[in-house]
Design a protein around this ligand. Structure first.
Ligand code: CTP
Length: 387
């Protein structure tokens, strides 16, 4: 049996990038032999094994055919007579279809090294279409490698468009989709991810609500916001909130409904769901924070649960700063919100307890004390009349 390094580890080493995960392909072996050598299978009928010591993935060379719609519909053919070249041909991109043997020699039947030098994301063969997730993967690689000058080959973009048009993307499970999307949004150019999906029609399939923003100047603004998210190294929660926030601009109630629907159908993690919803609901109030009455401001702070969830409020402020346009003095509003939250948090329950407040009466007294603190905060922040 022969073992070769493949995929991202070879690609990233050739690009001079750090290699975080190594995948191997095994030619001329069987599942029984792998088990006898102490490898652990990753799934019941998937020909991939974990190395007993390093935990790295070793996959038997295989060909695969689609047998139906969606990801369940795959038939693998893994047997000792499947060659390395056959295995490389079933892979997605030429730059991901380079193998390296134990002596460091490269096996590159699809011109992956040429495409690395030419900065091309190009599919290997029509078998690309057998896994529609690859549309998202290519957009993700475009987002990652855009700073190095990579772009998508015309024929690959055309194939991505055909896959999107075929309706196959709808068959992807929310879990697989979110895994790609969350990684892509955290890449250096999340705007390139969204723009790529839009260009091939996949955005209309996956997030039609966001796709329609591109009928107006909002689409371009959204791309600029996502770019700023990456420049500011914002976490996923903020990037997700920024992606969806423009939905509520005309009609916040409808926007909120759309964000809710997107979150649910995408099985989006709770922290991302929450920040997106809160941002759509409150970012316009946040931008005019100085004009809010103390009661409205306190309601906003309570909705964010600033006492127990300070991080989430900080992320909301970050999102507000990122989506601001030049027409408003948003930094001043954000500074105001931050110091108002500090003022509300500074109110201690202990003195009220010492005065005998308990239960609902304590809650009411706390609210009154916080309102008083916010009123003082507003008066102190207001410009003093000149003498
Ligand atoms: N692969 C593929 N089609 C997929 C998933 C994976 O062809 N839908 C192949 C590619 O050859 C890829 C390899 O399997 O290089 C390993 O996949 P994975 O670990 O998911 O990605 P990497 O290419 O290693 O990239 P990343 O750096 O994003 O992990």
């Amino acid at each position: 049996m022969n073992v070769y390094k493949v995929g991202g580890a070879v690609r990233d080493r050739l690009l001079g990038r750090p290699v975080t995960e190594v995948d191997w392909v095994v030619v001329g072996s069987t599942a029984e032999q792998m088990l006898a050598l102490g490898f652990r299978p990753v799934g019941a009928d998937f020909p991939v094994f974990l190395h007993p010591r390093t935990g790295e993935e070793y996959a038997l060379a295989r060909t695969e055919r689609k047998s139906g719609r969606g990801y369940g519909g795959f038939v693998f053919h893994a047997s000792p007579d499947v060659t390395l070249e056959e295995d490389l041909t079933r892979r997605d991109l030429t730059i991901n279809a380079i193998a390296e043997d134990a002596e460091g020699r490269l096996i590159d039947p699809h011109g992956g090294q040429d495409d690395l030098r030419g900065r091309w994301l190009r599919h290997v063969s029509p078998a690309f279409a057998e896994d529609p997730l690859r549309v998202l993967r290519v957009a993700r690689f475009a987002a990652r490698y855009a700073p190095l000058g990579f772009r998508i080959a015309d024929e690959t973009l055309a194939l991505m468009r055909r896959i999107a048009d075929s309706g196959e993307l709808e068959a992807l499970t929310p879990e697989r989709t979110w895994k790609e999307v969350s990684r892509a949004l955290l890449e250096p150019r999340p705007d390139v991810f969204i723009e790529t999906l839009r260009r091939c029609g996949a955005l209309a399939a996956w997030l039609p609500e966001v796709d329609t923003l591109f009928d107006t100047a909002r689409g371009e603004r959204l791309l600029a916001v996502l770019r700023r998210c990456a420049e500011g190294e914002q976490p996923l929660t903020v990037r997700w909130a920024c992606l969806l926030q423009a939905l509520g601009e005309d009609d916040p109630v409808e926007g909120l409904r759309q964000v809710q629907a997107i979150n649910l159908r995408g099985k989006v993690p709770r922290d991302c769901q929450e920040l997106a919803l809160l941002t759509v609901e409150f970012h316009s109030a946040g931008r005019r924070a100085q004009a809010l009455e103390p009661t409205a401001l306190l309601d906003l702070l309570q909705r964010f649960d600033i006492y127990r969830r300070p991080q989430r409020f900080a992320e909301f402020l970050a999102a507000c700063a990122l989506i601001a346009d030049e027409t408003q003095d948003v930094p001043a509003a954000i500074a105001y919100l931050r110091s108002a939250a500090d003022a509300a948090r500074a109110v201690q329950a202990q003195p009220l307890v010492a005065r005998g407040f308990t239960g609902a009466a304590l809650g009411e007294a706390l609210r009154e004390a916080r309102l008083a603190a916010l009123t003082r905060h507003r008066d102190e922040a207001a410009p003093r009349p000149s003498a």
